[in-house]
Design a protein around this ligand. Structure first.
Ligand code: SF4
Ligand code: SF4
Length: 113
């Protein structure tokens, strides 16, 4: 299942394997969630990308089913959190998150706009 949300500055795409932020300035940040081990409830859970990013590109949220036949309160699974590059348009290309990630789960591309 793919979920997409858009603002004037960025498009966020979630599928079963990745979280992607595509900014209108040409920056695209992808997190491979098949290897990212982020867990809200694991005390040793990795948050290195969040902690190192100097401009606050990343945020976390519980995964939500976009099945509107399910009552709203049951769509969110509070036990399963993911990392999103929600503010990809703020990325300055420093590459700190890519170097810091112990799983090599983050990739950043700069595309001509
Ligand atoms: S490249 Fe730098 S500014 Fe961009 S998301 Fe990674 S740490 Fe943040
Ligand atoms: S640094 Fe890598 S493994 Fe750790 S939470 Fe971020 S994307 Fe996941």
């Amino acid at each position: 299942m793919q979920q997409t949300s858009k603002s004037e500055f960025i498009e966020i795409i979630l599928d079963d394997k990745t979280s992607r932020g595509i900014a209108h300035n040409g920056i695209e940040i992808t997190i491979d969630r098949t290897i990212c081990n982020y867990s809200m409830y694991d005390p040793s859970g990795c948050k290195k990308c969040i902690n190192i990013c100097p401009v606050g590109v990343f945020c976390t949220r519980p995964i939500e089913k976009r099945d509107y036949s399910i009552p709203p309160k049951e769509r969110v699974d509070p036990t399963k959190w993911i990392i999103l590059p929600t503010w990809a348009d703020w990325c300055n290309g420093c590459n700190a998150c890519v170097k810091e990630c112990p799983k090599s789960a983050i990739s950043i591309q700069f595309k001509a706009v």
